[in-house]
Design a protein around this ligand. Structure first.
Ligand code: ADP
Ligand code: MG
Ligand code: ZN
Length: 490
């Protein structure tokens, strides 16, 4: 954490593994979790004399991502060799893009949580994206469970990555979190990356510096690695800010370096001095021609873009009248958004529609149970149509909200339709005035003392009477009617 005397300057580099079936420059499979070294060939194993062939689909995915972040697509870009030695890099160089990346000058808008209003949402902030370039992933060194040696698994070598580099526009750990969520949501909507930070298919390095409030120049930055969740990114930035402030306040200097975050100790340690671009001896990749992309190809890809998170959120606010908070939550993933739309549609088909109640049941009740049981929305035991029908039963007063929660719990256990459960268990709300009146009379007779107290002015007792009637009817009486009848009779 930093004090008010300082502010953060943060730029994020995201490595997103693309969801192509084959690698960037060969036909090997990109499937995760296969037997070590079973998905390799002379190209991705770095044999001499072989030639890379560019994966067309990877280029398309990168262009689509570029369009989604409002970037410019270079009609001519270039691959470059980034030279360094590491055991999981059999070529001795990584094929990347350097001076002429395929995407430049993009941006996304993030919503700030600070000063946010549930209804209208938070203030928006624009974060610039310097570039997106394509490059190959490295393999994996395996140390665990091996004594006196390390093994190398080259299955990941050559898997296509997009590196998404932000401008140093981010000013707080929260903004970094929002920016990451936005990018992750976009690549997921596009089917370009699965966004899984724990498995490492969506990785983030955070560049962090601080400066005195009001100062124009940037301070020296440190680069933080090994951040495998959004929470860790935010915590690591906070820790780093505090470390830099302590250093500066005690007369020290921040040195440009790469630091490794330790999530168990909640601290970072220096890994190595920061290398400079010239250390890598970049030069244009001699085995690949410049990458030419036609305007026509870009337009074809643009025409097939799905509705993106920001647009979907706006539409949810307009079409369903949802507040900013619910609209944001429900459009967090495409599958959740589709689920909600089916619920809302089912409710409407059943007669009266109420998009807000529908939103509440998805965003609060359903998500709580799914999260608690670690179930993905795709595998929800309650189908969207069944949930829609449950909401319809509440709206048309067949069951009360309280009974609905019981029915919902059974639906979650059994996957059964709400109508069937309500019928089998006889849970229909009693709306027959005569029947409720009889129960009300019984209760008033039984509690004569409380009736007297009520009439003497202890009107708070109304709740008590309602409770007694609800208990007597096993919760099936319409609460609204119980209230009305009690007031009348008291
Ligand atoms: P490298 O490739 O050496 O890491 P880049 O120039 O690509 O360097 O920048 C990496 C990231 O660092 C970018 O996201 C950029 O916004 C960010 N950055 C640059 N200068 C600073 C700074 N002074 N403080 C914080 N972040 C910075
Ligand atoms: Mg970097
Ligand atoms: Zn291969």
């Amino acid at each position: 954490m930093i004090s008010d005397n300082y502010e953060y300057v943060i730029g994020l580099e995201i490595h997103a593994q693309m969801l192509t079936r084959s690698k960037l420059f060969c036909g090997c499979s990109t499937q995760f979790g296969a037997t070590a070294n079973s998905q390799t060939c002379p190209v991705c194993s770095g044999f001499p004399g072989v030639l890379p062939v560019l994966n067309r689909e990877a280029v398309n995915m990168t262009i689509r991502t570029g369009l989604a972040i409002n970037g410019q697509v270079r009609l001519m870009s270039e691959f470059a060799r980034k030279n360094y030695f590491y055991p999981d890099l059999p070529n001795g160089y990584q094929i990347s893009q350097f001076e002429l990346p395929i995407i430049e000058h993009g941006h996304v808008n993030i919503e700030l949580t600070k000063g946010a209003d549930k209804k209208k949402g938070g203030p928006m902030k624009r974060i610039g994206i310097t570039r997106i370039h394509m490059e190959v992933d490295a393999g994996k060194n395996i140390h665990e469970g091996i004594v006196g040696a390390s093994w190398v698994d080259l299955n990941r070598t050559g898997v296509p990555l997009m590196e998404i580099v932000s401008e140093p526009d981010i000013r707080t750990p929260e903004e970094a979190g929002e920016y990451l969520k936005k990018i992750r949501s976009i690549v997921r909507y596009l089917g370009a990356c699965d966004g899984n930070m724990e498995q490492g298919s969506f990785r983030c390095d955070a560049n962090v510096s601080i400066r005195r409030t009001g100062q124009a120049e940037f301070g020296t930055r440190a680069e933080l690695k090994n951040l495998n969740s959004i929470r860790n990114v935010m915590r690591a930035i906070e820790y780093e800010g505090g470390r830099q402030e302590d250093l500066l306040e005690s007369g020290g200097k921040v040195i440009q370096e790469t630091r490794l975050w330790d999530p168990t100790k909640n601290e970072s340690r220096s890994m190595r001095g920061k290398e400079e671009a010239h250390d890598y001896r970049y030069f244009p990749e001699p085995d690949l021609p410049p990458l030419i992309v036609t305007e026509e190809r870009i337009e074809q890809l643009r025409a097939k873009m799905p509705e993106l998170p920001d647009d979907k959120k706006e539409r949810f606010r307009e079409q369903y009248g949802l507040n900013a908070y619910d609209a944001g939550l429900l459009t967090g993933s495409q599958r959740l958004a589709n689920y909600y739309e089916t619920v809302a549609e089912t409710v409407t088909k059943a007669g009266k529609s109420d998009n807000k109640i529908a939103a509440n049941w998805v965003a609060v009740e359903l998500l709580a149970l799914l999260n608690k049981n670690s179930i993905d929305i795709d595998k929800s035991p309650v189908s969207a149509v069944n949930l829609g029908n449950l909401v319809a039963l509440i709206i048309n007063n067949t069951i009360s909200g309280k009974i609905a929660k019981e029915v919902f719990a059974i639906m979650f256990e059994t996957g059964e339709a709400p109508g069937k459960i309500v019928k089998e268990k006889g849970l229909e709300q009693v709306t027959d005035t005569g029947a409720i009146e009889a129960e009300v009379d019984q209760v008033l007779k039984k509690h004569a003392k409380e009736v007297e107290a009520y009439r003497d002015g202890k009107t708070k007792l109304l709740g008590f009477f309602v409770g007694q009637v609800m208990k007597a009817t096993k919760g099936k009486a319409s609460p609204k009617m119980v209230n009305e009848l009690l007031r009348k009779k008291l």
